[in-house]
Design a protein around this ligand. Sequence first.
Ligand code: ADP
Ligand code: MG
Length: 251
Amino acid sequence: MLLSVQDLSVSFGGVHALNLSHFTLRDKELRVIIGPNGAGKSTFLDILCGKTKPDSGKVLFNETPVLGKTEVEIANLGIGRKFQKPSVFPSLTVYDNMLLAFKMKKSILASLFFKPTEEIDTRIREVAVKVGLITELKKVAGELSHGQKQWLEIAIVVLQDPKLMLIDEPAAGMSDEETEKTGELLMQLARHHGIIVIEHDMKFVEQIAKELVTVLVRGKLLVEGSFDEIRNDQRVIDSYLGRANVQLENF
Ligand code: ADP
Ligand code: MG
């Protein structure tokens, strides 16, 4: 197992945000997590990348305990996180944003004197092709479309070459065409990385969920299954898909 989670629990002000009995992910698996707003999806990723400290539980990544480690230590173990809101540097070029992915691994002093090697330059261009930004490298990131900013963020995570990528709502605010391209990108990336994607858009989930889908509701694991099993599951329909915040026309 790439990732193995047991009895992971965290409360904020007495309210259980997450109370996850178990969760496992195989190497190079692409898992989609769905669930209503406030279900604890982002909190789960926050714990996995060390941003939030849980009250109790166990997380093993490649057999190594993760809890108690800092965000930097966890990133160095090979867990990369893309947050829900884009956080690229808008005044830097696409290329320089991507270069930062390499600088982040170094100390501040070393990063000041950092010069990209040919190898790094080649790698940046390779990843730029993959995410569809090769013609935009000289553009400042602030001028990218919303979808392109999301792809740049994914590129920055890919450049850190993590074994596990955590991706929170990548398709939010994207056009249908951008959403589909994002789906293709994630499926391509899953050939080399384990990926956990949180997503609301059920058309997008259908596109990328070729393996298991995990449904979280009120911090708990409601059910896990294939996309078809999930969409026909009465508990999922009652507690999630029946809600107004989900686009039902896809069903
Ligand atoms: P989701 O991503 O599934 O929409 P979240 O993980 O963001 O849900 O939130 C789960 C619950 O935990 C919500 O009730 C939210 O208000 C609460 N929560 C999340 N982060 C914090 C925090 N840092 N402080 C207090 N409450 C939080
Ligand atoms: Mg969230």
